[in-house]
Design a protein around this ligand. Structure first.
Ligand SMILES: [Zn+2]
Length: 114
């Protein structure tokens, strides 16, 4: 069964979207995403390096800071892969992306507190 690429509703026929609005929204979102992807990658890289520094210096607080940073980046830029977009529709995929970010922040806070 085919699904609308934007909202994920099942659709029949050859179209990729259930209506014109979804097609327009999808185009807008993917354009925005292409602009944001470099911030996403830079942010993740920065968070990862901070985490790595924490591992090297055996500092849980620094590791937690790196994870917290990556979580924040994921929440700010819920960049989703074309695969999850195709599977869930890009609205749901973004919610999932944000949920993952919240999870990372929760892990970081947990490391900090315990
Ligand atoms: Zn739709």
């Amino acid at each position: 069964m085919k699904r609308c690429k934007f909202c994920g509703k099942p659709i029949d026929g050859p179209a990729d979207f259930c209506d014109h609005d979804c097609a327009e929204s999808y185009r807008h979102v993917t354009e925005e995403e292409q602009k944001k992807v470099k911030f996403f990658i830079a942010g993740m890289l920065a968070g990862f390096l901070v985490m790595l520094a924490g591992v090297l210096f055996l500092s849980d607080a620094v590791i937690a800071l790196g994870i917290l940073f990556m979580g924040g980046v994921v929440i700010a830029f819920p960049f989703t892969t074309p695969e999850t977009n195709a599977l869930l529709g890009c609205q749901k995929a973004r919610v999932l992306g944000r949920a993952l970010g919240v999870l990372l922040v929760a892990v970081a806070l947990w490391m900090w507190l315990f």
